[in-house]
Structure formats: structure tokens, C-alpha cells
Design a protein around this ligand. Structure first.
Ligand code: ADP
Ligand code: ADP
Length: 229
């Protein structure tokens, strides 16, 4: 079953009337439960592609079918709704709210849903236990290491049970031990059948993925399974 289908996706920026193409003719199908790394040199268009995949931005042309539904032409409100239902985000800089505990950061995405307070606490606690932070649910972000903060962010990304996890350089601010801990969580999520899309420029991080998509100059230059050469 496919969760993502991009057909002839293009994205351009305009400087006055001058078109600056950033993505040209991207074609990509991602199956449910796949773990895909997106790699490529700086400026290749990885962030632009992630913004489109994550429904944060619309393509200039082409079709994006997400879980059977065309989203390329959705309005901002529709995109926001799609994004909140379908996608969990993990960022390089964690993006936790500093004045909220780990538990309250994880609860936050549930306040827009129809979930009662008791169940919110229960689900958030379960997610924090899953990322190995069951004993730190009341810690504030400033009391935690980078690796711990990123694991809180992963718990937050998962709490509404999205079909896809998108992570943009999730280990970019972490030491090697925390990087391993975080990537082992992604491996665990993969084994549980989550679809994961990971942008990284580190081969040892990308090697946790089962499929590798290489972008260069705004198009996919390689797309393969198995080990990175
Ligand atoms: P990557 O994430 O692979 O480093 P990006 O997607 O950030 O690449 O950028 C790809 C290209 O698009 C770069 O040349 C960048 O300068 C350009 N670009 C990105 N965002 C904008 C923008 N808002 N306006 C104009 N050009 C942009
Ligand atoms: P991890 O288990 O995520 O690798 P570390 O070994 O880096 O964590 O950190 C051990 C402990 O030190 C953490 O439980 C945390 O409470 C504390 N700690 C680490 N880094 C920081 C930091 N930058 N600010 C506050 N506390 C920290």
C-alpha cells in the first residue's frame, strides 16, 4: 500500500518575474512502512522537498497524492488539517516549548483533538516510556540533554498516531551516543510498521534507513535499497 505518490513535482521560486527552479520533475512513490533517507549536497533541494512532503508548502506544478488524496492544490487550512492528521515532525533543533515539562510538550498536539485530559496524560506517558524517558516525564527541557530532548520531540511527533514520521536532520545537534539512541528509536518505529522519511547528510545515520533517495540539483539522481556505497 502506498502512502505517498509524487508525480512530476516541480517547485520554483520567483525573483520578480524570474523563475528560479529548485525542484524539477520529482517522481517518488513511498510504500507504507518504508524507511527512506533523503540525502544530497547542500542546496540540492532537500528542505524544499521535505516542506512539500510535509504539507508545509505547495509545489509549483505536479501531483502529490498523500494516503489516496490529492493535496497539491489544497488551501492553507486544508493543508494544515492534513498535516496535523497524517504527519509527525522531528526537527534538528527539537522545537520543544521551554516552559512546559516533557509531559506537557507531548500532550500539546492532542489539545486540538477530542481527547480527554486523563487519556492525554496516559497516551503522552506511554509515548515517553516508549522513548525511554518514563522516569523524566516532569523534567523541563533545560534539565535534559540534547538526546533526551530529541526523544521528547519524537514522543510528541507520535502521540496523535500519524501515518508518517518526517525527520529533518534529527541528529544534527547530537553527539554520537545520543545519535545512536535516537536512531534506534526510529529503527524500532520502522519495525512497528511506521513510515519514516529522514533527511540527513550523515552516511552512518542514513544507513538506518532501508531505502536511499539522493537529490542533486533539484532532481532524484539515485533511488536504491540496501547499503550505502
Ligand atoms: P537543501 O535542503 O538540500 O540544502 P534547499 O531546499 O534548502 O536545499 O534549497 C535548494 C535551493 O533553493 C537553494 O539554491 C536555495 O538557495 C533555494 N531556495 C530555498 N528557499 C528559497 C526561497 N524561499 N527563495 C528563493 N530560493 C530559495
Ligand atoms: P543521554 O542519556 O541522553 O545520553 P547524557 O548522558 O548526555 O544523556 O546526560 C546525562 C544527564 O545529564 C541527563 O540525564 C541530564 O539530566 C543531564 N544533562 C546532560 N546534558 C545537559 C544539559 N545540556 N543541560 C542540562 N542537563 C543536562
Amino acid at each position: 500500500k502506498e502512502v505517498i505518490r509524487l508525480e512530476h513535482i516541480g517547485k520554483s521560486y520567483y525573483i520578480g518575474k524570474q523563475e528560479v527552479p529548485v525542484l524539477t520533475d520529482i517522481n517518488l512513490v513511498i510504500a507504507k512502512g518504508d524507511f527512506v533517507s533523503i540525502m544530497g549536497p547542500s542546496g540540492a533541494g532537500k528542505s524544499t522537498l521535505m516542506n512539500i512532503l510535509g504539507c508545509l508548502d505547495r509545489p509549483t506544478r505536479g501531483s502529490y497524492i498523500l494516503n489516496g488524496k490529492e493535496v497539491a492544490n489544497q488551501t492553507d487550512d486544508e493543508l494544515a488539517y492534513t498535516r496535523n492528521r497524517e504527519i509527525g515532525f522531528v526537527f534538528q533543533s527539537f522545537n520543544l516549548l521551554p516552559k512546559l515539562s516533557a509531559l506537557d510538550n507531548v500532550i500539546l498536539p492532542m489539545i486540538y483533538g477530542n481527547v480527554f485530559r486523563n487519556e492525554r496524560v496516559e497516551r503522552a506517558t506511554k509515548m515517553l516510556e516508549m522513548v525511554g524517558l518514563g522516569n523524566r516525564i516532569n523534567h523541563m527541557p533545560a534539565e535534559m540533554s540534547g538526546g533526551q530532548r530529541q526523544r521528547v520531540a519524537i514522543a510528541r511527533a507520535l502521540v496523535n498516531d500519524p501515518s508518517i514520521i518526517m525527520a529533518d536532520e534529527p541528529t544534527g545537534n547530537l553527539d554520537s551516543k545520543s545519535t545512536r539512541e535516537v536512531m534506534e528509536i526510529f529503527s524500532h518505529l520502522y519495525s512497528m510498521g511506521k513510515t519514516i522519511i529522514l533527511v540527513t547528510h550523515e552516511d552512518d545515520v542514513a544507513s538506518y534507513a532501508s531505502r536511499h533517495v539522493i537529490l542533486s540539483d533539484g532532481h532524484i539522481s539515485q533511488d536504491f535499497r540496501g547499503a550505502l556505497s
